[in-house]
Design a protein around this ligand. Structure first.
Ligand SMILES: C[S@@+](CC[C@H](N)C(=O)[O-])C[C@H]1O[C@@H](n2cnc3c(N)ncnc32)[C@H](O)[C@@H]1O
Length: 475
């Protein structure tokens, strides 16, 4: 049994090595690609693939990885690639240079993308968000093209698609449980924290809305290639692929200025092969940092994407090279990326439900807080109870509107109210502590088959308990 397990693992590793080799071969087709010679990809059970130092050292500001625009997947490169098959698209500096060029390259081709992408009107494409365009295009190139052409035609991006995580690896994203009818993880949603539930509904709404925008095109393609736009089974399968692709993109996109979509903040990103192997650390401004180097020739497009070594120099063999994805709490990491950190200095607790409940039926207090901008968004972090919580509690406990007004104007400090609200605050924190211990007890009795996802939710509550205990100690 053990032997066969090892063989299986060995086979899996070799497969990943082959995928990485193929990715590197593809990247090396560009002279602008650069990879430090002393790094490599390593797989771990807890964080999947990651980048490690294999030799010598990396020092501050040294370029570790540099990926040319031609190998990044984003709003611009997708429009360019679609325009290779749709000569009607004409966006200066972005779509393929001339009709002759396109015809020359593809004359006589039976490639089904001529037909499929021929449907896409320029106005429609430009109206899509980056998420909508990327998910639609990746569905076409990765999932549908092999079906349309019986695998005769292969996407330019295949070496990049091949290194992305499998569906099971992204199985810990709560919005996927929420949006998949038969997910075995659904019961975990009830045990999630308030902040997680809020992230999950926000993200689920975005996913649903993006699906509804691209669905008509998928139906048209289905009529085109299968003669049946509304085949339920086909659409259901495609929806699962879409969900997977959505979270591959979500967990691997990097900030980049997409000026063509300048009014849409969520569209400002690019996907960058190899850079997307870098795992996250909660330390900000310490590890690697990204740098976009714009090309002077094509101002409309993105430049090369570089990763440089930060303040921290790597000098030990096997040391993991890390990137900070942002100052994210475990609630956010779980919902956007599907993982949590055992220690995370950005954790914080959303206690809005508990605080607003204290004001049930107290309309004057609620409208005072609303009109002064202090209604809702009540949080506690490791080092402090937010000022918003102190304001709300001061008013609920003392009903002293005049003095709370003075507090807001800065005429008196919160120290005036602290002795008055401390007992209620302590009671609230102790109650929360009990609630989180109870959640952990309930998580512990869930079936073992849910363990990875259960552990993530438990990590969130462990973080909450640390925060509460620290605040109680400092009161
Ligand atoms: C940009 S990718 C990094 C490469 C990824 N590990 C892989 O196998 O392809 C982001 C994903 O890596 C994983 N990840 C990143 N940082 C992690 C960490 N510190 N601990 C656990 N998982 C992590 C999460 O699954 C996340 O969605």
């Amino acid at each position: 049994m053990k032997k066969s397990m090892r063989l299986f693992q060995r086979k899996k590793k070799m497969t990943m090595k082959a995928k990485v080799d193929s990715l590197l071969k593809w990247l090396r087709t560009s002279e602008q690609f650069y990879l430090a010679t002393n790094i490599s990809i390593h797989e771990s059970d807890t964080s999947g693939r990651g980048v490690v130092l294999i030799d010598e050292k990396l020092t501050t500001n040294e370029v570790v990885i540099s990926i040319p625009p031609s190998h990044q997947l984003n709003f611009y490169t997708i429009l360019y690639h679609i325009s290779m098959f749709n000569t009607k698209l004409d966006i200066h500096g972005i779509t393929a240079a001339s009709e002759e060029n396109i015809m020359e390259r593809n004359i006589g081709s039976q490639d089904p993308r001529f037909q499929a992408y021929g449907l896409l009107k320029q106005e429609f494409l430009l109206g899509l968000s980056s998420f909508q365009l990327l998910t639609l295009y990746i569905l076409a190139e990765w999932i549908l093209l092999p079906q349309w052409s019986s695998s005769e035609f292969v996407s330019y991006w295949k070496p990049f698609f091949d290194i992305w995580p499998a569906k099971e690896e992204l199985g810990s994203v709560p919005a996927i449980w929420n949006l998949t009818g038969d997910s075995k993880y659904k019961e975990l949603l009830h045990l999630s924290s308030l902040a997680s539930k809020k992230h999950c509904s926000r993200i689920s709404a975005l996913v649903k809305s993006d699906w509804s925008v691209i669905l008509p095109i998928l139906k048209d393609w289905n009529t085109m290639f299968n003669g049946d736009a509304n085949n339920e089974l086909f659409l259901e399968k495609l929806y699962r692929e879409f969900l997977h692709i959505y979270f591959v993109v979500n967990s691997r996109c990097l900030y980049a200025d997409i000026s063509l979509k300048k009014d849409d903040i969520d569209s400002q990103f690019t996907m960058v092969p190899y850079v997307d192997f870098l795992n996250h650390t909660d330390e900000v401004d310490v590890h690697c940092y990204p740098k976009l180097v714009k090309s002077s020739i094509n101002a409309n497009n993105l430049g090369r994407f570089e990763i440089r070594c930060g303040k921290f120099c790597y000098a030990n063999k096997g040391e993991e090279i890390l990137l900070n994805y942002g100052a994210h709490s475990n609630d956010l990491l779980l919902n956007e990326y599907g993982f949590t950190l055992p220690q995370n200095c950005w954790n914080c607790i959303d206690i809005s439900d508990e605080i607003t409940k204290l004001m049930d039926g107290q309309d004057t207090i609620v409208s005072f807080l609303k009109s002064n901008g202090y209604w809702g968004d009540y949080t506690i972090s490791f080092n402090e109870i937010s000022y918003r919580v102190l304001v709300a509690l001061s008013l609920v406990i003392t009903s002293d509107f005049k003095r709370v007004e003075k507090l807001l104007l800065g005429y008196i400090s919160e120290d005036f109210f602290l002795p008055k609200i401390r007992p209620a605050l302590q009671r609230l924190l102790l109650l929360l502590l009990d609630t989180y211990h109870e959640k952990l007890r309930l998580l512990r009795i869930l079936p073992l088959s849910l363990s990875t996802c259960t552990e993530n939710i438990a990590n969130i509550y462990f973080g909450y308990i640390e925060i509460i205990e620290n605040n109680l100690e400092n009161m």
